[in-house]
Write a protein that binds this ligand. Sequence first.
Ligand code: SF4
Ligand code: SF4
Length: 401
Amino acid sequence: MCTNLWRWPVNRTGFDSSSLTPACEPDVAPRSAGQPLWLLAELTYKCPLQCPYCSNPLDFSASGQELSTEQWVKVLREAREMGAAQLGFSGGEPLSRPDLNELIQEARQLGYYSNLITSGIGLNDQKLEQFRASGLDHIQVSFQASDEEVNNMLAGSAKAFKQKLKMARAVKANGYPMVLNFVTHRHNIDRIDRIIELCIELGADYVELATCQYYGWALENREQLMPSRAQLERAERITNEYRARLEAAGNPMKLIFVTPDYYEERPKGCMNGWGQIFLTVTPDGTALPCHSARQLPVQFPNVKDRSLEDIWYRSFGFNKYRGNDWMKEPCRSCDEKDKDFGGCRCQAYMLTGDAANADPVCSKSQHHGKILQARAEAEAPRDTPMTFRNERNSRVFCRSE
Ligand code: SF4
Ligand code: SF4
């Protein structure tokens, strides 16, 4: 998946297993929950590309059978009844699903604002017209870099860049609002000016310059991907210069620059709070409050077994980190806890072994040294090969778990 939602990590070794919760937990009385306004439908883990920062789980190749069309329709209907208004079709590559058009039609009938999050591989003029007629509202196309060689090296496909260019132009020609997404990292961030120029040339409406967040495959490759502070500051300065230029020229293109939280002293208010707004359903039907959450030692429910309403309000997994009763110090007594909810549970788990700890991005966390160490490593990176996201590498991770 190539969007800037928080990413899929996988269990790391060396954790204190005493923090693990039992595999089967009873449901709990519902805690204060909002409505699931945003549904992310991860239709499939199939993808023709192999980005080394992909947010899919390292062990995606062991995922269970994909939901059928009927099961996805049920998910869309139930979420809409509960108030969901925004729908993202994601993956893997959602174009790999032959029933995508059918699901777009269903989304339109239900009244969703739907967004296709795609690499552009597998898209063509005919599909664009078909999706438009079926009511798709918005398309996000991801690029790996502004230079063909780097793009194709990262994507693992010699044809990817040309296809993306062609499809970005076709998306605009079909009248869609278009987001171009670039995950930035130490291999492409120094060409931020060229990236923005390319987006201007393609007529993007929004450009997401999303500095890599270290979950899933990106965490595995963090040492090779994390930019230095100087790289990051230069990129932000150039982006601001372009913002001023675009405004002066009356160009409405919006540049969204996402700073990596590893260079912050306070964590992000992850997912706007656990189980408050976001609902993710994975290809095999597991329902999650955030698309990174599956790796946590918490049992999450499946839409094959229960209604979404039951899952959202009553399941153990969706109530586990709602509110702030679960917090430990320093979050418990912190006057900022209603602002950032203690940060990201997955990042706390990945870096400290206990999801109830403060996110180590926070300078008040006793584990903040791990973030400082990663920053120091980014100043003197080692030239080691990256692990690309593909079936073969995923099977290696499955065997080693
Ligand atoms: S490999 Fe790349 S294109 Fe495919 S899902 Fe992952 S990030 Fe998206
Ligand atoms: S201590 Fe916890 S609640 Fe306070 S700022 Fe840090 S992460 Fe947020």
